[in-house]
Design a binder for this molecule. Sequence first.
Ligand code: NI
Length: 138
Amino acid sequence: MIHITRRERFNAAHRLFRDDFTDEKNMEVFGKCSNPNWHGHNYELYVTVKGEINSETGFLVNLKTLSKVIQSKVIVKLDHKNINLEVDFMKGKLASTENLAVGIWKEIEESVKNIGTNLHCVKVIESENNYVEYFGPA
Ligand code: NI
């Protein structure tokens, strides 16, 4: 078993809030990420896949192909977008890094299988101090 990781990046806006909380309560629970007028992050996405080395190529998977999957399935939907308002797979969910990682996993899982490998981890870095790793449903 071997792992390989592809990094992609996207910039996106979001707001962490609940409709049923006051602005004060949202600020208390979600901090600066609840700013009513949105804000952005320069996100980094690390997609790790696992499997065996193909003896013909020496690769686990062609990283260009993996990059195309990530780009076409999630980056086009996220980059320079408002996660709360414009991203179909985040509709009705809190725009947290945790939910984003789970949503990205679901969006790319099948396509990753179709290129002959398996997802191991979706890691989303929101800021230099905070990141989330999702290893799939328990
Ligand atoms: Ni934020």
